[in-house]
Design a protein around this ligand. Structure first.
Ligand code: BTN
Length: 266
């Protein structure tokens, strides 16, 4: 199944994107294709048939069937945005610690973008990237387990860069917010470098990961409306637990929600 999705893509190393200069290992193996269905699917299929080195980036200018969280699709106008996937081998993480990878990736991407634009990029739990109350990017992490550890993770990243119009009123791009266009290569470099830094800190066992994630979290400590089990309620985000659940103080006392259970209301 994965293979048949991948095969229509002609695998050529073209110079659409260059190997990012500053990261140590992330993107040193860069596969850049003009078009593919989903970079996550394509990289997984490639890795299954021909194992790739950690840090391999699979990137395309035109992702025709991008996948998002909750089974949603990810739309990106061809040639205007960044859509890529990174292969990581976080074998140092137990499955119960998967959310640490999520936090590190979200922080890495958020800080990479923040360095490009003079505005704060926040993480909307669990790993959406928010810029001035709108979504500028998303992350889809798909991990494989081997025994008691994660063996490989495909980290898919979509950043709205130069696109001007969106179907959703809650979506934006770097260019819309900054008032000027960005070079896609420059955005890739910034995100890859920052992501690698966070990943290396995670691998070294950084103790402040969660505190830094919480400090960069959208709507942290503010009272807002949410919806869970078909009912809306007011809650204040206080924490995330080890399983990655969102911990809130609500009208009915403290509650913890999984990703499938709760939605933000805007
Ligand atoms: C979301 O916010 O729903 C996650 C979106 C993730 C989109 C990226 S684009 C590159 C990679 N390939 C995919 O098919 N999805 C991710």
């Amino acid at each position: 199944m994965l293979r048949s999705l991948y095969q229509p893509v002609k695998l050529t190393k073209i110079t659409l994107y260059k190997i990012p200069a500053r990261p140590l290992f992330l993107g040193k193996n860069l596969i850049s294709v003009p078009e593919c269905h989903s970079t996550n699917t394509a990289l997984q299929a490639l890795h299954d048939t021909s194992p790739q080195t950690e840090g391999t980036i699979f990137i395309t200018a035109h992702q025709s069937a991008g996948r998002g969280q909750r089974g949603n699709s990810w739309e990106a106008e061809p040639g205007k945005n960044i859509t890529f996937s990174v292969l990581l081998n976080p074998a140092f993480l137990a499955p119960a610690d998967q959310f640490k990878l999520n936090m590190a990736v979200a922080l890495g991407v958020a800080h990479g973008l923040q360095g490009l634009i003079n505005a704060q990029v926040l993480v909307k739990w669990p790993n959406d990237l928010w810029l001035r109350e709108r979504k500028v990017g998303g992350i889809l992490i798909e991990s494989q387990l081997r025994g008691h550890h994660l063996s490989s993770s495909i980290v898919g990243i979509g950043i709205n860069v130069n696109q001007q119009r969106f179907q959703s009123p809650l979506a934006t791009s770097l260019a819309v917010e900054a008032g000027h266009e960005f070079q896609l290569q420059e955005v890739l470099e910034a995100v890859a470098e920052s992501l690698e830094g966070e990943y290396l800190r995670l691998r070294a066992g950084s103790a402040e990961l969660k505190a830094r994630y919480l400090a960069n979290m959208y709507r942290m400590g503010e009272s807002h409306k949410f919806i869970a089990d078909g009912e809306s309620f007011k809650g204040t985000i206080r924490d995330v637990d080890d399983a990655g659940r969102l911990c809130m103080d609500t009208e009915n006392g403290p509650r913890a929600f999984s990703f499938q259970q709760v939605k933000f209301i805007f």
